[in-house]
Write a protein that binds this ligand. Sequence first.
Ligand code: 13P
Length: 257
Amino acid sequence: MRCPLVIGNWKLNGNKRIVSDLITIMRNELRSIVNCNVAIAPPMIYLALAKSYLEGSQIALGAQNVDIHLSGAYTGEISAEMLKDIGAKYIIIGHSERRTYHKESDEFIVKKFAILKTVDLIPVLCIGENEAENKSGQTEAICAFQIDAILDNLGIKAFENTVIAYEPIWAIGTGKSAEPEQVQKVHKFIRSHIAKYNSAISKQIIIQYGGSVNITNVAEFLVQADIDGVLVGGASLKAEVFAEIVKIAATVKAKQV
Ligand code: 13P
């Protein structure tokens, strides 16, 4: 049985006070949470501060990006070793916002995936189609293409102990989440695609859904067999809401055992 995983992606939001306030409430609300892995990914500049507030809690630290080099003359970058050093665990890569605004290619994302594996950090590989691709029935082809970039270059073993986040671009930040049955179909496809190469890894890999997840729709996603967790944007900036999403995830998945 896969343990559900809920990650809050804060994106470009927060300040010192917000980091303190959100984590204080989340820690309190999630004191006794069991059977659900939880992480928050604040902006890079607040990671160390967040880690200090998270100390002794069950909430793990995530990051929203990583450079493709471990060290050297790369002004402005943050390396996988540095993320490891400050205690981060889950690193989001391939997010559509970075693919779009920073022109990150699949080849570049492969390098990020590879560097994370060298220091034993967990890549959270975001994949997903845009609205036009969705309307023209290309969802599965796009997902397969983005996964194959990793598979072809790093091999199936690279997917051991990793996370894939299916985030249809048209559902991100729009309030227009995808239909849970539709998402289940895509997740099942992703798992069976991985299974073609390694059945054990396909059963173990965590596949999250992301895109306008909130308190009212999260249960509908998590009752689906192949939706193992959620990657939450906007709703992760309200501590009580995020904590409630985690509690729902733990309850819904516990019933499936
Ligand atoms: P929203 O939950 O705000 O739609 O964002 C989803 C997302 O992009 C998480 O990475």
